[in-house]
Design a protein around this ligand. Structure first.
Ligand SMILES: NC(=O)CCC(=O)C(=O)O
Length: 302
C-alpha cells in the first residue's frame, strides 16, 4: 500500500524458511544451519529464517542445558557460540537472518528465555525477541507442555527495520495464536510477520496453517512460519510444514515434514492490492472498540 510514507514493502524480496533437522549436538546444528543458510542465499534469498530452538532439541529439560548468555551485547564468543555463528551466517551470505530461536539465560536475574536474534547482512545484531506468550497447554493424552516451568516471557512487540525493504515483525511460535501482537506490528508498518515455530503433530495438524492464514487475512500482510523438520524419535515431535502465506491468505508454498527450504518472492503490489480492494485500514471503528495500537507496547527488558 502506498501512503505518505511510501509502500510498506519498498521492493521485491525473496524470503526463505529453512526447515532444519536439528539434533542433540549444538555444534552440528550450527554447522547444518550454516550450510542451509548458504544454500538459501545462493538462490537469491535476502531474508532467511531458521526454526524455533534450532540449536537444540525442543523441551523444558533442554532449555537450561543449551542456554547461552547474550548480555552484554555482543557477548563474548565462549559464552554465546550460537550468537556468533548466526552473525557469521548473516555476514558470510549478505542476508538478513531471523535466527530462529535459542534458549537464553540471564545470570543477573537467573531467568531463562526463548529468544530470537535477528542479524543484518553485515553481521550486526538488529533486534532480539523473547517469546512473549509461553507455550503452556494440556490436551490430555495428546500434548502437555509448560514452558513457564523454566522460561520467563518477553514483554515487547518486535519490529525490525530492514532499510532497503521495510519492516518485519518477529515473534515466536505460540505468539502466533495472539492476534493483538500481529495487529499491532502490522499497524506499525510491517510488511511481513515472521514466526520461527515448532508446533506439534496434534495442534500443528489443526491450527498451524489456519493460524498463518488467519494472521495474514486479519492484517493483509505476508506471514512466514518456519518449523524444524519432524523427528519422530524426538521427545517433542514437530509438525514441520513451514510455509509462506500472502496478504489474501493464500498459502504460496508449504513444506511437508522433511528437512527442506521453502522460499518465495514477496511483492509490494501483493500487499497494496488487497488493502486497496478491501480497505480495512480506513474502516476500523475505534468508537465501538478500542484501538490495540494505543498504549504502551515497548517495555524495557533486562
Ligand atoms: N513451541 C510452541 O510454542 C508450540 C506452540 C503450539 O504447538 C501450539 O499449538 O500453539
Amino acid at each position: 500500500m502506498s501512503s505518505a510514507a511510501g509502500p510498506v514493502l519498498k521492493q521485491p524480496v525473496k524470503l526463505a524458511c529453512i526447515q532444519l533437522a536439528s539434533g542433540a549436538d549444538k555444534q552440528a546444528n550450527l554447522q547444518r544451519a550454516a550450510e542451509h543458510v548458504e544454500k538459501a542465499a545462493a538462490k537469491g534469498n535476502k531474508i532467511v529464517v531458521l526454526p524455533e530452538c534450532f540449536n537444540s532439541p525442543y523441551g523444558t529439560k533442554y532449555f537450561p542445558q543449551y542456554a547461552e548468555t547474550l548480555l552484554p551485547s555482543p557477548p563474548p564468543a565462549e559464552q554465546a557460540p550460537s550468537f556468533h555463528a548466526l552473525a557469521k551466517m548473516a555476514s558470510d551470505n549478505n542476508v538478513y537472518l531471523v535466527g530462529g530461536s535459542i534458549p537464553e539465560f540471564n545470570p543477573d536475574t537467573k531467568k531463562h528465555y526463548n529468544t530470537s536474534l535477528i542479524f543484518g547482512p553485515d553481521g550486526s545484531l538488529l533486534a532480539s525477541h523473547r517469546k512473549v506468550h509461553l507455550f503452556d497447554i494440556d490436551i490430555p493424552g495428546k500434548v502437555t507442555f509448560r514452558e513457564s516451568d523454566v522460561l520467563s516471557p518477553g514483554n515487547k512487540v518486535t519490529i525490525v527495520d530492514l532499510p532497503e525493504y521495510g519492516k518485519i515483525a518477529v515473534a515466536i511460535c505460540y505468539d502466533l495464536r495472539f492476534p493483538e501482537l500481529a495487529t499491532i506490528a502490522t499497524r506499525q508498518g510491517a510488511f511481513a510477520l515472521i514466526y520461527p515455530g515448532a508446533f506439534n503433530t496434534t495442534t500443528g495438524a489443526l491450527h498451524w496453517r489456519l493460524l498463518g492464514q488467519a494472521r495474514a487475512v486479519d492484517n493483509q500482510i505476508y506471514v512466514a512460519l518456519c518449523s524444524p523438520a519432524r523427528d519422530v524419535n524426538a521427545d517433542y515431535v514437530a509438525w514441520g510444514h513451514s510455509l509462506v502465506v500472502d496478504p489474501m491468505a493464500k498459502v504460496l508454498v508449504e513444506a511437508d515434514e522433511n528437512e527442506t527450504i521453502v522460499e518465495w518472492e514477496l511483492e509490494t503490489e501483493k500487499i497494496a492490492e488487497p488493502r486497496r480492494n478491501i480497505p480495512l485500514n480506513t474502516q476500523r471503528r475505534f468508537d465501538v472498540y478500542p484501538d490495540v495500537n494505543k498504549g504502551k507496547i515497548q517495555f524495557e527488558e533486562p
